[in-house]
Design a protein around this ligand. Sequence first.
Ligand code: SF4
Ligand code: SF4
Length: 288
Amino acid sequence: MAELIEAPTTGLVTDVIEFSAVDGPGNRFVVFLQGCNFDCLACHNPYTIKACIDCGICIEACAAGALSLDAEAKMVWDQAACTGTDGCIAACPYDSTPKARPQAVASLLPQIRRAAPFISGVTVSGGEATQQSGFVRALFAAVKAEFVNLTCFVDSNGAAEPSVWQELDEVMDAAMIDLKCLDDEIHRRITGASNAQVLASIKALAARGKLYEVRLLLMVGVNDSDELLAATGRWLAAIDPKMRIKVIGYRAHGVRPSPVPLIEPDAAQRAHYAEVLAAEGQFDLVVI
Ligand code: SF4
Ligand code: SF4
């Protein structure tokens, strides 16, 4: 199970949540995909960043005996035996999980059918959803073909080629894009990559009416200066002064030990972020 799956109707899926109120508008069915092109200091799901390399290190960490290597030395996760303690994830030194598995669109549809009367749509998240854009397209096409009332959203770090958004355009209602930092040097420091594609994605999606919201994850003393936030507000307002912006205060839960101290903003600091942004546009601001 080591490689990311190329076949468009099969994806490397980390997890599925049948009902989520925090992954887009309304109640949503969420598919988390394994693999990411960023390596964020503040990643809350660091075990989704890389594909499993079948090293076997996590086997001993599983007291339930749910992990083994098969005859071809590939990691096997016995879902029925798993007790969900996630000791394997804690033991993995490679930002991965033995629980990610190839899943076909056809195998997700029965779950979506069961949830359909209670949800507004389907969101694909990650990891980075656009890294498996062929699978996302196939899943959304299948959802659109069967459920006229369900919307299809992507939750993305925005680091995708224009061709990826074009590939998804027909079947994706909108995307939620993380802007980790407007300043490219800081962006590189906190994600390991440039923000050039992210900025281009935000512009392109907004121009096509496909941008649901921009998410700003703010860490005290890292990417939360008034000057930077005001510049971010001005940049976003030039694209759409009424843009929906979600201000998210960094939370340490689940994050790997960091070489630089990462500090959670308190409620007053989060409210201040919103004030600084609000001075630059008539944004639809959500603060969490
Ligand atoms: S983009 Fe998201 S999944 Fe990827 S490393 Fe950053 S926070 Fe984690
Ligand atoms: S999940 Fe991590 S520790 Fe376990 S086999 Fe895969 S790479 Fe190794």
